[in-house]
Design a protein around this ligand. Structure first.
Ligand SMILES: [Zn+2]
Ligand SMILES: [Zn+2]
Length: 376
């Protein structure tokens, strides 16, 4: 049982409050109101901090619980850790605006402009790529497919229309894995434009736990490693060591040309070199600059996850892979899935240009808009 307050103390407090023109009851009321407001302010700050942490995580992948593993090999590209924008050759410095597309190869404005010039075997467009949302378009002999659905239905429709492509003509949407930046708008593409969606069954289950996909009339399920046929296109699905239930990357072929859409790769796993050597062109993940990531403001566990064996490929890892592949069949590489916080298009290009043969042309996909139409 609590001891009662000494009557002398209570009387002294009351006399002071009376002197201030406030009764004891009013004082208690104001105190409770102040405490109530402070509680809500505190709750708001906690909510905002959690939302910020979640947005960091969503932009760059899934659970940080699997983050703590480090890559077995570290940086083996031969590039010095001190490489920075300041030390780069002038011609490959970062563009004035980080939003500006970067490309060494010819990009076409519309399908008609390209077809007017010559008949292409295969065309490809990065409608957007980055840890904020991914969507690629690939077309051959009139069969068009989308890889991933990380931008809104409106954006996908508008950006395709700019090239003279009707989104309703797309024959399928291929989903690489359940992270938000790849799957978020798959349901909208399916319901609004009637597009068939292809993904693994486990990816669908996992995606439904992470994002609000809405209902699907049907989904074309495949197993990682399986080949899909959509019109004239054959699509190989390559299992990836990314931190998801059943991640895949894609190689899309029409019998003559082979294009890779290789993002969210975890680390440079063994088969990647052979896959790259078999391609005519590739969208290849080049997610972060190791120095920018190390110096950046991400929480340590998220940094470890991104750089870990089930996270993302760095500029150096991507550059080293392409330098090993060399100038064989591969004609161009478009660097993709750049981080907004831990990378820069000019720096990504420069890191590659240092080690990749000059005959292999490099472009950098934009995080904010379509890059332009590329011929495979
Ligand atoms: Zn991912
Ligand atoms: Zn991603």
């Amino acid at each position: 049982m609590l001891a009662p307050l000494p009557s002398g103390l209570l009387a002294t407090v009351e006399s002071h409050l009376t002197a201030l023109g406030t009764s004891f009851g009013e004082w208690v009321g104001y105190s409770l109101l102040a405490a109530y407001i402070m509680l809500w302010v505190w709750a708001g700050m906690v909510w905002a901090w959690r939302a910020l942490r979640k947005s960091w995580t969503d932009r760059d992948g899934a659970s940080r619980g699997e983050a703590a593993r480090h890559k077995p090999t570290g940086d083996s590209s031969g590039l010095k850790p001190s490489d920075s924008v300041e030390t780069l050759p002038k011609e490959v410095r970062s563009p004035a605006s980080p939003r500006a597309p970067v490309a060494e190869l010819r990009v076409w404005e519309t399908v008609d402009a390209l077809v007017h010039d010559h008949q292409p075997e295969m065309i490809a467009i990065s409608l957007q790529s980055g840890s904020n949302g991914n969507c690629f378009y690939v077309q051959s002999n009139g069969t068009g497919v989308l890889v991933d659905a990380g931008i809104s239905g409106h954006q996908a429709q508008q950006r395709l229309a700019r090239f003279g492509i009707d989104i309703r003509s797309v024959r399928g949407v291929l989903i690489s894995h359940e992270h938000r930046d790849h799957v978020e708008c798959a349901g909208i593409y399916h319901r609004k434009f009637g597009l068939p969606v292809f993904m693994t069954r486990r990816t669908l289950i996992a995606a439904k736990k992470l994002v609000r996909l809405g209902p699907f009339r049907d989904v074309q399920f495949f197993h990682p490693g399986e080949k899909l046929e959509i019109g004239d296109l054959v699509i190989e699905t390559l299992p990836t060591p990314h931190d998801v239930v059943e991640g895949v990357a894609f190689v899309i072929s029409n019998g003559k040309k082979r294009l890779g859409v290789l993002t969210d790769l975890g680390h440079p796993f063994e088969q990647l070199g052979a896959v790259l050597r078999s391609l005519d062109a590739v969208f290849l993940e080049s997610n972060y600059d190791p120095d920018m990531l190390r110096r950046g403001h991400y929480p340590p566990d998220l940094k470890a996850r991104i750089a870990g064996p089930r996270g993302h490929l760095s500029n150096r890892e991507s550059a080293e892979l392409l330098s090993l592949v060399g100038a064989g069949r591969l004609r161009w590489a478009c660097l993709a899935h750049l981080s907004g916080e831990n990378n820069d298009p000019g720096l990504a290009l420069a890191t590659h240009r240092r080690v990749v043969p000059p005959s292999l042309l490099i472009a950098v996909a934009s995080r904010h808009e379509a890059l332009g139409l590329l011929e495979v």
